[in-house]
Write a protein that binds this ligand. Structure first.
Ligand code: NAD
Length: 249
């Protein structure tokens, strides 16, 4: 078992499902003490799990306080909780725009704000935000979701600049379509789930969905002191979607 994160405490938001659960497991396997912050902790396994909604400032503060009270420190924050939205600009109401931005963007701000006092005391402080290829590629019928992820990318760079001198690194990971319960829900809602899955797989140049474990591996690198010269940037885990444009023959 790796001891890379021995003695370090990590919080993973949205850590009870999908990519977040894989991140929590990966950091734990590498020696971190992991706490999950999620609005629904029923799927969280073998970790200290706190129920909190990232849209509720007092529940976020209470969750971070509970982690620091329990473990005495906080070194790594993975801002991963997020929700999807489908459609073009005519398809979502103003209330939906506010709601999705509140979870995907302001949620990261709330968690980070609550965690900063503890992170400033850590010799290995790192924040990793789960962004998306949607920040860099014009995905059809994803206007609202893509706008939130574009904001996450800019927020990541701005936070990296603001906290560089404090020794807190901030990076993000950009997954392509990943095989998670979220995508499972999208597929089950499709008229033809098998054809829809095949279409999603074909969109990835490497011909398959990204696994949550592959994303978690990149997050672990960005969260660890191995990436100590890396801040304000992103690692893309998308089978080539962002840069190859066309699937090779
Ligand atoms: P998921 O639905 O499987 O898991 C999301 C988790 O976040 C759930 O446990 C959920 O309870 C939690 N959550 C949602 N809203 C919350 C809130 N307000 N407060 C606290 N917890 C909340 O989704 P996933 O596919 O694992 O996605 C995780 C992250 O990865 C998201 O930020 C998403 O935008 C990003 N992402 C996913 C994909 C993909 O294809 N699955 C691709 C790119 C980026």
């Amino acid at each position: 078992m790796s001891t890379e994160f021995d003695g370090l405490v990590a919080v993973v938001t949205g850590g009870a499902s999908g990519i977040g659960a894989a991140i929590a497991a990966e950091l734990g396997a590498r020696g971190a003490t992991v706490a999950v912050l999620d609005r629904d902790v029923s799927g969280a396994a073998d970790v200290f799990a706190v129920t909190a909604d990232v849209t509720d400032d007092s529940s976020v503060q209470a969750a971070i306080d509970a982690v620091v009270a329990r473990f005495g420190r906080l070194d790594v924050v993975v801002n991963n909780a997020g929700i999807g939205a489908q459609g073009g600009v005519e398809d979502n109401t103003d209330a939906e725009w506010h709601r999705v931005f509140d979870v995907n963007v302001v949620g990261m701000v709330r968690v980070t704000r609550a965690a900063l006092p503890a992170l400033r005391k850590s010799p290995a402080a790192a924040i990793v935000n789960t962004c998306s290829v949607a920040a860099n590629v014009g995905l059809p019928q994803r206007a609202l979701y893509s706008a939130t992820k574009g904001a996450v990318l800019s927020l990541t760079r701005a936070m990296a600049a603001d906290h560089l001198r404090e020794g807190i690194r901030v990076n993000c990971v950009n997954p392509g379509t990943a095989d998670t319960p979220w995508v499972g829900r999208l597929l089950s809602a499709a008229a033809d789930p098998v054809a829809e899955r095949a279409a999603l797989e074909a969109r990835q140049p490497h011909g398959r969905l990204v696994s949550a474990a592959e994303v978690a591996d990149a997050v672990a690198y960005l969260a660890s002191p191995r990436s100590r010269s890396t801040t304000g940037t992103s690692i893309t885990v998308d089978g080539g979607l962002e840069s190859l444009r066309l699937r090779p023959a």
